[in-house]
Design a protein around this ligand. Sequence first.
Ligand code: ATP
Length: 513
Amino acid sequence: MSSEIFEKVISHCKEYGFVFPSSDIYGGLAAVYDYGQNGVELRNNLRQYWWKSMTQVNQNIVGIEAAIFMHPKTWKASGHIDGFNDPMIDNKDSKKRYRADVLLEDHQEKIRQKIEKEIDKAAKRFGETFDAALYRETNPRVVEYQQKIDSIDQRMKGGLESGDLASIKSLIEEEGIVCPISGSKNWTDVRQFNLMYSTQMSAIENGEDQLYLRPETAQGIFVNFLNVQKTGRMKLPFGIAQTGKAFRNEIVARQFIMRMKEFEQMEMQFFVKPGTELGWYESWKKQRLQWHMALGINPSHYRYHDHVKLAHYANAAVDIEYQFPFGFKEVEGIHSRTDFDLGRHEEFSGKKLRYFDPETNESYIPYVVETSIGLDRLFLLALCEAYQEESVDGDTRVLLKLHPAVAPVKAAILPLVKKDGLPELAESIYNQLRLDYNVYIEDKDSIGKRYRRMDAIGTPFCITVDHDSLTQGDVTVRDRDTMEQTRVKIEDLKNLLDSRVSMSTLLKQIIPS
Ligand code: ATP
């Protein structure tokens, strides 16, 4: 998918009521967005799919909803006050601020694209006998590009981990990276920038009044670990799930809803017996990818990105990346976090956060495997994957091939004409379906135009009510993807929707048979 298509996805989002810039009439607010009438339905459905797949499908996973404000000690314990920083650098000519690591990653991506170009050219030259993997390993130019990428990776990670920010600046200079706006290499030093937003709440403790908007939802789960374990009489292994807003003062806000200052996370912390965590990590890694694929996403658009260098508290970590039009990017992280978080909260709160294991008669701090996905990135992924342009009878049909269970509107009921009792019959069909599904009556414009509007918001079925419907009790049901039309008895419509668009059709696909 090209960046041209990505621009189309963005304007489609605005034109069809999916996403609007925040406070649009005042010119918008950078990296903050509102969801419109169709966007909110799609987003709710994606959230519901996640929520049910965690808490409803699994006996041993329960949900909570913690407050956005938390005691400030939470963030001292979690390490966010001291360490939740991004390295920033300013260009002195354009006065634009960048994340130093992102500048380097973009530079690496450009080199990666050069590799792909070389491979495409060679594939054309050698035809069917071409072995891309072998070419990657042996072609001197490709090998040199790859070495360059790897060496930037090593130096960047080394500099960031040791806090040697001067080495990051040198790397940017040596690579000849220029500011995309001014085109100059006139850079400031690299500095650390904390991403948490702070605000005040009158005297919290010892005269302190500074409070933070949570930068992740996970800590709300950790601090409630014992509350849930005790009141729910939960036995290891068990999980706690939560969805909710998180806030980060991202330096580089771009790529639409990919990186926002206010966004939503869906996180699940799975508490396990120490020593069993790597087995659970592998199992969640697999399950989460299957969950994504059940949405009908092309498997080749996903890849795992295993973390080679791990954070000090993790003993395994992987990102699930999706191939956005601007390259493979993280949508979800799966981390084996050992007993780091609960251990730190025990230390900072002075409260024991231990599990009494009835099988071994021991008390210990459980280990944690977490899955963490951004709802807004998932939303963007779903739209990038679903957006299609087809040529039909010399015309272009734009459609969103969303999985029917997450589509904003499940069916549109279209009376062929606005007379002869057809609107009344449409209304009665609407009344039969509306308690279970988000359905919609549309009577303006020609039937063709109405079909196109429904295709553009991803409505799986259009139900056309015509004169025969009055006498025969059936309607024409048009399928969004195939455009095939079939006659269906009115009394069978609910069954049709149950079997094709309900959330359980989607959940069924993730349950091991
Ligand atoms: P990135 O490296 O892209 O900044 P991250 O590693 O900081 O992401 P996590 O802290 O692991 O992200 O958060 C888990 C998930 O939350 C990410 O996989 C992503 O889907 C989502 N997320 C994180 N930051 C943002 C943001 N600013 N806007 C939208 N979604 C976000």
